[in-house]
Structures are given as C-alpha cells and as structure tokens.
Design a binder for this molecule. Structure first.
Ligand code: ATP
Ligand code: MG
Length: 569
C-alpha cells in the first residue's frame, strides 16, 4: 500500500497518558487512538496486525478441530442469575436495562451463553465432543483500565469452550488446546511460557496461563532453573523448611517497643532477625475479619488465602477496620489473646521462641510459641514464593521473571453445566452433565505484549508474522523520476509475489522517513536513493539487527524473498 493513501497519524512525542512502552508506541506509530477510558479505535496499521494475529489463531483453532461461531455481546441477566455469577461477578460486569426494563449485560466472557446454546442443541453423547470458539469484542468494566491495550475495558478475545461426555475426552480437549496455544504463540514469534495456574474455588481440575516474557509484565511467574516447573505466584507451592531440632521453649515475656510498628523497626530495636518475628495481618474475608500469621520476612499470597478460607473476596483490612475488629492499633498485633479467627502460614509451625505483637500499644512479646501460648484454626501454604525458595518438584533454584498473560486454558469440569442444568444422554441412556473446558486468548493484548517484548529506543520491532507490513520501501528521490520508477516497480513486483509491502511515497525529508520506518517496526526496509542513482544499488536493512545488505536493484526482489523465508524459519 501507499503511505500517502493510508491513515498513519504518527506522533513525535510520547502521549502523556501512556505509561508503558506498548501504549506509547502504539499511539506514536498511529496504530490506535483512545475514545474513552479503556476503549480504543484500531487504525489501519493496528487492524492489520490484529488480523494477522487472528488469522494465526483461527488456523490453529481450526486445525485442532474447533468450530468458529459468533455469539451475541448483549446477554440476558437471567442467564447469569442461573449460573450464580450475576452476584459473584461484581462491577466488572456492565449491567443495564433495555426499553422493556429487562436486565441485560455486556459479555465479559461467554460460559453462560455457550452452555445455553449447547444445552438446547446437543442432547446425546453422539453429538460430542464439540469445541466452539469465537473471536469477539468483550467488555469488562475494569476498576483500573490502564496500559493501553494491555488492560482495556473493551478488548478482543478469542474464547473457546469444549464439551465432552467423559473425563478422558475433556482431558484430551484440554491437551489439544494446550498444543494449539503453543503453536499460536510460537507462530506469532513470541517468547512465552505456559505456567500452572490456580483453579480457584470453581472446582476445575487444571489450568495453565500463557505468559509472554517481558520485564514490564504485570505478573510475576515462577520458573525452575533445573527442571520444567513453571507456575504463577498464586499456584507456586512453598514448602516450610523442616524444623531441624526442637529447642527448649523459653518463658514468655513482654517488652516495651515504643513506636516500633514495622517489622524492620522492631527487628532493629530488639536486634533480632525478621525470621524470628511473627507478623499478624488482618484481612476482611467476605465481610469478616481474620488474622493471618506469617514469618516477618514473608508476604501473604491473597489467592492462596482466599482458597484456604473458601471466600469470594479477601482484602487487606485498613488500619481503621483492623482497629475496629481487634481494638489494637496496627503494628502491635499478635495472636496471643486475639479475639478474631486466626490462621497461619505453614512456616509458622517451624518457628520457636519468636517475637510478636502483644496486642497493646508499644509492646511486644518475646519467646512466644505456637501451641503453648496460642492456637490457630488452620495452617496452610499462604505465602508468596521467593527466589530463596526451592522448586517444589526437584528442589532446584527458582527464577521469578515478569510476564504478560496472553492466554488461559481451564478445565472447568461440570461447574457450569450443573448450574445451568446442561445435560446429555450417555450411551446407557443416563442423563449426565457436560464436562467443559474454556480457553481464552487476549487477541488485542497479544499485540501490546508483542511490543513490550520487541522494541528498542527507535520504536517497535515487530516479529515478522504479525507485522502490519513485511517490507517498507523508502523512496528517497521524490523528485527524481528514475528513483520513483524503481521504487514503484519494486513495490509492484513484491506485491505480485504476495509480500505485504508499504511504499513510503511521501514528500518528506529522508530523516523523517527513516524515523517513521523504525517507529512502525516493519521488519525489512529498502532504501532507494543516492546509491541507486550512482551505482544502481539499493540498501536492505533488517529492523531487528540493524544489518545492512546492499544489492543491485535487479536482485532486490530475490534477496528480499530469501530474507523473508529465512526470517520465518
Ligand atoms: P487478568 O488476570 O489479566 O485480568 P483474566 O484472568 O481476567 O486476566 P481471562 O478471563 O482468563 O482473563 O481472559 C482470557 C484472556 O483475555 C486473558 O488471558 C487476557 O489475555 C485477556 N484479557 C483479560 N482481561 C483483559 C483486559 N482487560 N484487556 C485486554 N485483555 C484482557
Ligand atoms: Mg481479569
């Protein structure tokens, strides 16, 4: 296509509202524009990349035996009431009434709609298995839409749902999606890891998240340096180091710790290590306070806590809520004599003669011991894993890189089919609930994640398979007929070969053409300028490595074809 015929409103400056590099570059390169908070328009280049990602997704989903459908975005609230999620989903579900006063919502995901479709249309095991997918706009009224396409309110998702008659069938469907996802993200040219994810309270059996590795990712993932273990923070299991020897329990004593509230301050003051301090955090779980005990140098992993308590929502109590629940100012809390339910992280069971708050302003206890001085309702792994922990599988060293979740696969089991009474007749004529799986890809997030992973100071460095164009030709002799003819000829012949080519035919200075070509991230740039006039040479530059190849004009097409093939392999 011709640059002059395309809407590519590039910007010289970073837009002030953009914090992350993908948002800045997508705006600067003229790929997207914001309409309102978390809602974006895709301009021609943005849409081209989106379509390339979609195409890869479609090809792999179809190859895995899934069938494409397109489901409505507006969904009746009744269906959500039936599954029980109308209450649970919270304010991310945008609800409204139509002119007849009927409650509706905008689909943030489609388990309800698809289960309704299948329960009304598949009645026998003979119609199974089936896997239905769509690529469609979702709406989630995110509390903090941010980072451009990374966390929008309106975004494009590929969502697939499998229905099986048997557990073995459902497991095979999951495995087929796992494979397809590996194919999809590899074909997009991304560095990624599939990590074990938490299945929460839904009762599903397993789940993996696909994470694009990028230092700017919102998530931290846990990877073993020695074996194939990879999990997200919510799932990564921490073990409590075994107690080497039981020491004698010393007598409990109270000590004044004036104004010392934080772990570091108490430890400095008493000259103890944080490993010898027990900290007490108050959380509000579904409206009720609960105290969580953990070692001074550890942090709570709230999803683990939520699962242990079987709660829908768990949040750290504010200082005021904490005081209202316990009568103790934060900083001096401890388990001895505390009047609210107390749970503990597993590591606490290995601590002895530790220091902890005395539930009295400016006082701590020394030599407290679990069992002798207080009890807890439950213990479980409640803490965030760290690099000082070891791999739960092989004991190896752990790494905690950052990642961006671009896909999620989940074996749901029968949670939705039972709630929505979606059943089929098995081969014995017995009614059974469908065994389901759901599989999402954040298609628009993939575009942003690809840029977070692939950029430099000059702009985007697109992986070839998802670049809007494969080649950009710069005509640097706008007023020179020979150069213009050569540029146009090469452009035509590349297009005839099916190579996506952009011809920069603008009346602009070479400097700004070079800058824009770098900003847009098109993998190969061909320059036709002075060298062409002098010696008939054109210059091909590879955006990623900056390598320059000079070739006679007549060989340019062949050379580019070769380079493109090699880049794909
Ligand atoms: P997150 O933890 O990032 O909010 P999620 O667990 O809510 O994601 P899913 O419900 O599993 O996400 O949705 C499937 C995929 O859709 C995610 O893997 C992600 O790539 C994408 N996605 C989810 N929320 C958004 C959003 N607000 N903007 C863009 N993409 C999103
Ligand atoms: Mg979410």
């Amino acid at each position: 296509m011709l640059f002059t015929k395309l809407l590519i409103p590039t910007l010289k400056e970073n837009p002030s509202e953009a914090d992350v590099v993908s948002h800045k570059l997508l705006m600067r390169a003229g790929f997207i524009r914001k309409l309102t908070s978390g809602v974006y328009s895709y301009l021609p280049l943005g849409l081209m990349t989106l379509r390339k990602i979609e195409r890869i997704v479609r090809e792999e989903m179809n190859a895995a035996g899934a069938q494409e459908v397109l489901l409505p975005m507006v969904q009746p609230a009744d269906l959500w009431a039936e599954s029980g999620r109308l209450q649970k989903y919270g304010p991310e579900l945008l609800r409204f009434k139509d002119r007849h006063g009927r409650e509706s919502c905008l689909g943030p995901t489609h388990e309800e709609v698809i289960t309704d479709l299948v329960r009304n249309n598949i009645h026998s095991y003979r119609g199974l298995p089936v896997n239905l997918y769509q690529i469609q706009t979702k709406f989630r009224d995110e509390i903090r839409p941010r980072f451009g396409l990374m966390r929008g309110r309106e975004f494009i998702m590929k969502d697939a749902y499998s229905f099986d008659a048997t557990e073995a069938g459902a497991d095979a469907a999951y495995e087929a999606m796992n494979k397809a996802y590996h194919q999809i993200f590899s074909r997009c040219g991304l560095q990624f890891r599939a990590v074990e994810a938490d299945t929460g309270t839904i009762g599903g059996s397993f789940s993996h998240e696909f994470m694009v590795l990028a230092d700017t990712g919102e998530d931290t993932i846990v990877i073993c340096r020695q074996c194939s273990y990879a999990a997200n923070l919510e799932k990564a299991a921490c073990s409590a180091a075994p107690l080497s020897e039981r020491r004698e329990e010393k007598p409990l004593s109270k000590i004044e710790t004036p104004g010392k509230r934080k772990v570091d301050a108490v430890c400095d003051f008493l000259k103890i290590a944080p490993q010898n301090l027990l900290k007490t955090m108050v959380y509000i779980a579904d409206g009720r306070p609960v105290a969580v005990l953990l070692r001074g140098d550890h942090e709570v992993q709230t999803v683990k806590l939520k699962n242990m308590l079987g709660a829908n929502e768990v949040e750290l109590a504010s200082d005021q809520e904490c005081f209202d629940a316990t009568g103790v100012p934060t900083g001096y809390l401890g388990p001895i004599g505390l009047k609210i339910p107390v749970v503990a992280d597993l590591t606490v069971t290995t601590m002895q003669n530790f220091t902890t708050g005395a539930n009295e302003k400016n006082f701590h206890y020394l030599n407290a011991n679990l069992g002798r001085d207080f009890t807890v309702e439950k213990t479980a792994d409640l803490r965030m894993i760290t690099t000082t922990d070891h791999c739960p599988l092989c004991g190896g060293e752990l790494e905690l890189p950052r990642g961006i979740e671009v896909g999620h696969i989940f074996k749901l089991g029968t949670a939705y089919s039972e709630a929505l009474n979606a059943k089929f007749l098995d081969s014995n004529g017995q009614e059974q609930p469908f065994i389901m799986g759901c599989y999402g890809i954040g298609v628009s997030r993939v575009m942003a994640a690809a840029i977070e992973q692939n950029h430099d100071k000059d702009g985007i460095v697109f992986p070839l398979p998802i670049a809007p164009f494969q080649v950009i030709i710069l005509n640097l002799g706008f007023t020179d007929d020979a150069i213009t003819t050569a540029a146009t000829d090469l452009y035509q012949s590349l297009r005839e070969k099916g190579i996506d080519t952009l011809l920069d035919d603008r009346d602009e200075r070479p400097g700004s053409k070079f800058k824009d070509a770098d900003l847009l991230g098109i993998p190969f740039r061909v320059t036709i300028g002075k060298r062409f006039s002098a010696d008939g040479i054109v210059e091909i530059r590879d955006r990623k490595h900056g390598e320059i190849t000079e070739v006679p004009f007549a060989e340019a097409r062949e050379m580019l074809t070769k380079m493109l093939t090699e880049a794909i392999i």
